[in-house]
Design a protein around this ligand. Structure first.
Ligand code: ZN
Length: 244
C-alpha cells in the first residue's frame, strides 16, 4: 500500500494536475523541481504561486503537502543547446523534435527525483509525462518510464512506483481531470476552483509571456505550448458545458 509520493512539479498545467492527483490519494506529498537556467524565471515563480494557492484553497490537501525541493541542475546547460536555456527561437528540428529537446533530460530528472525520494522515504514518483503530447519526447514515453522504474528500483534496491496519470490522455481530458479532482477535494465548488487555479497560476508558454491573458490563462498564444493548451481548454469547455 503506497502512502507517500514525490511529485515532479514544474508549475505547469500538467504537473499541477499531477500534484492534485497525488494529494487526493496519498497521505504525504512532497514536490521537486529542477533549476537548469530556464530562460524564464516565471516558471519557478508559478510553482510557488500554485503551492500557495493550493494551501489557501484546499485545506484537506494542505495538511498533506510537505516540503518543496528545488535542485540545481545548471550542469544541463553544459550538455545542451536548446531554446529553453539559450536565447534562440523555438522551432522544429529536422529530426521531428522541437529544439526544446534536451537529450535524456527526463531520465536525469527521474534519477535525481528517485534519489531524493529515497532519502525522504517517499514511495511513488508522480510525473506528468504524456505520450499523446505533440512533442513526442522519447524520454517521456511509457516504455522509457517503465524501464526507468525497473532500473531505479534495482539500482537503489528499493521498489519505486512511477505514476504517470496523464500518459494516455489529451489536454482536454487533463482539464477535466483537474475539475473532477477538485470536486472531490472537500472544498466547496472545488472543481471550478482548481480549474481557475490552473488557469490563473500555472505557466506553460515557451516565451514566458505573463502579459496576455486568455480564457485558458497567460501566454503568447502563438507558441506550440500555448496552442496546445488553448485547444485543449476549448475542447474541455465545449464538452463540459452544462445542459440547459
Ligand atoms: Zn506561448
Amino acid at each position: 500500500m503506497h502512502t507517500s509520493a514525490l511529485v515532479l512539479f514544474s508549475g505547469g498545467q500538467d504537473s499541477t494536475t499531477c500534484l492534485a492527483l497525488a494529494l487526493s490519494k496519498y497521505e504525504r506529498v512532497e514536490t521537486v523541481a529542477f533549476d537548469y537556467g530556464q530562460r524564464h524565471i516565471v516558471e519557478l515563480e508559478a510553482r510557488l504561486n500554485v503551492l500557495r494557492e493550493i494551501n489557501a484553497l484546499f485545506p484537506q490537501w494542505a495538511h498533506k503537502l510537505g516540503e518543496d525541493h528545488l535542485l540545481d541542475l545548471a550542469v544541463l546547460g553544459q550538455v545542451s543547446d536548446t531554446s529553453l536555456t539559450r536565447d534562440v527561437a523555438f522551432k522544429m528540428e529536422s529530426s521531428g523534435l522541437p529544439n526544446t529537446f534536451v537529450p535524456g533530460r527526463n531520465l536525469l530528472f527521474l534519477t535525481l527525483a528517485a534519489a531524493l525520494a529515497y532519502r525522504r522515504d517517499l514511495q511513488v514518483l508522480v510525473t506528468g509525462v504524456c505520450e499523446t503530447d505533440f512533442s513526442g519526447y522519447p524520454d517521456c514515453r511509457d516504455d522509457t518510464i517503465k524501464a526507468m522504474q525497473l532500473a531505479l528500483s534495482l539500482g537503489m534496491d528499493k521498489r519505486f512506483l512511477i505514476e504517470t496519470p496523464l500518459m494516455w490522455i489529451d489536454k482536454a481530458e487533463t482539464w477535466a481531470l483537474a475539475q473532477s479532482l477538485g470536486e472531490k477535494s472537500g472544498t466547496p465548488n472545488g472543481g471550478e476552483a482548481l480549474v481557475e487555479l490552473v488557469i490563473e497560476h500555472t505557466h506553460t508558454c515557451y516565451l514566458g509571456d505573463r502579459v496576455h491573458r486568455h480564457a485558458w490563462g497567460y501566454g503568447c498564444g502563438q507558441c506550440p505550448a500555448c496552442e496546445l493548451r488553448a485547444k485543449g481548454y476549448d475542447k474541455y469547455r465545449a464538452s463540459s458545458r452544462p445542459e440547459r
